[in-house]
Structures are given as C-alpha cells and as structure tokens.
Design a protein around this ligand. Structure first.
Ligand code: DC
Length: 245
C-alpha cells in the first residue's frame, strides 16, 4: 500500500511567484535527472514551490527499500528477496515540497534513509531490475495522484518514468562541484574517501542500469557547476517557460 498527500498549497514565496499560475489546469510534469551532488533535490524542491506543484524525490524511495532490507535482515545480494521487499513495503512519501516525510509501516524514516550506511548500500536496490520496475510503477502512480502537476527527480525520470513529461532536464555539475556540495550537505562529517565512495563510485554502479550521464534526445542539459542555488533555480524555471508553453 502506498499513499501520498496531495500537493498542499505552498508558502507565501510560492503564492507571490510569477510562476505559480503557469499552465494551471494543464499537465505540467517537470522531470529532472542527474548524478549525485548535482543539486537536483534542493533545486527541484524549490522549483516545485515556485510552480505550486508537487515534488517527488524518487531516490528517497530506493533509499527506503534499502533501509527496510537492512533493518529486517534481508540480504541485499538476494535479488528475489529485494524485489519482494520492494513490492511489499508499506511506503509513504510526501509529495509536498514543504514537508519532507518518508515512513515505512507508519515509522518515520525521513532522517534514517540519509545515513551513510544506506547511501553505501542503495546501489544494490537500484540495480535490482525487479525492484526498479515496482518503484517505477509507484512513481507513475504518485505523478498521476498529483494531477500531473509535479517536479519529479531521480536518474531515469526523463527516460523511463515520465518520458512524455512536458519538461525534461539533465542537471549536471563537475565532479569537483558535486563532491563539494555533497560534503557541505553532510555537514563536513565525511572524509574525502567516504565522499568519493558515496558520489563517484555510487554513480558508476548506478550507471550500469540507467544512463544519467548523457542527455537523451529532447532532454535539455543544464550544467550547474558555475551557478549558485538561486541561479540554478532560475535557469530551470527559464527552461520550463521556454519548453512548456
Ligand atoms: O538521489 P539519491 O542519492 O537519493 O538516490 C539514491 C539512489 O537511488 C542512488 O544510488 C541512485 C538510485 N536512484 C535510481 O536508480 N533511480 C532513480 N530514479 C532515483 C534514484
């Protein structure tokens, strides 16, 4: 079973955003893919707020299945068991950009899924095709549940989950910028080697099943290496305006 709250009205910033009424009443799916540390999550969340759209962090769903396997003693190398876990997990993920919340069977795991132990193990779930198929199915249901006004981000949203999205963006950044951002995000608690393991090596593993390094046909590439947060949000909104008219 899986539920999600509908996009709640965002805060005042969104109410006054020039984009809050953009394409109201029409489908507006903004699909954003990119590697770890590209700034996808924070940028996508803010873009959703400004558009008064829902927000879906699909990586959080892979992380939740991983945590569930670790916590219940499911062997992450056992593909059949991992797929079964993905199917049976009672997973809730908020699609409000103003409320980050993930629960498993009612237990709040919002913080736990960000622990390094989960980050190091999550590729095992991401590379289990049966688990992917189940999570993709749930992600499509969440997009439909949000009335197709949503910013959805991950690794295969532009190509597999929502290839017919009105807007499709590949958000990239240099390796140096990505390592720095992920390090800042984790509050400087990780060594350089740990960061490399969580960013570069994880991306290399995940790339074996989904291509998020090269933009597919019709996908706009946005390189954020030299952009700050606000500039990246503005660039994404600029692409939304240009592409979805
Ligand atoms: O974005 P993130 O670091 O929270 O993603 C966690 C993992 O999930 C990452 O190893 C890649 C995988 N993932 C995926 O394979 N497909 C997605 N759509 C989203 C994430």
């Amino acid at each position: 079973m899986q539920t999600s709250d509908a996009a709640e009205p965002a805060g005042e910033a969104a109410a006054s955003s020039p984009y809050s009424g953009f394409r109201l009443g029409k489908s507006l799916v903004v699909a954003i893919d990119g590697p770890s540390g590209s700034g996808k999550s924070s940028v996508s969340r803010e873009v959703a707020r400004r558009l008064r759209a829902a927000y879906l962090d699909t990586g959080a769903m892979y992380r939740a299945v991983t945590l569930h396997c670790i916590a219940t003693g499911i062997d992450l190398e056992d593909r059949v068991a991992v797929e079964a876990a993905a199917r049976s997990i009672e997973l809730f993920i908020s699609t409000s950009p103003d409320r980050e919340s993930v629960t498993i069977s009612g237990d709040d795991v919002t913080a736990a899924i960000r622990e390094p132990e989960v980050s190091s193990a999550v590729s095992a779930v991401a590379t289990t095709m049966g688990a992917r198929a189940e999570l993709i199915r749930r992600q499509r249901a969440l997009i439909a549940g949000a009335g197709h006004r949503i910013v959805a981000e991950g690794r295969d949203i532009t190509t597999v989950v929502a290839p017919d999205a009105e807007v499709r963006i590949l958000l990239t950044a240099s390796e140096e910028a990505r390592l720095r951002r992920r390090g800042d995000q984790l509050g400087g608690t990780q060594s350089e080697a740990q960061l490399k393991q969580q960013v570069t090596e994880r991306d290399a593993k995940d790339s074996t099943v989904v291509d998020f390094q090269q933009a597919a046909d019709g996908v706009v590439t946005l390189d954020s290496s030299d952009l700050d947060f606000e500039q990246t949000v503005a660039a994404v909104l600029g692409i939304v305006r240009t592409v979805a008219h």
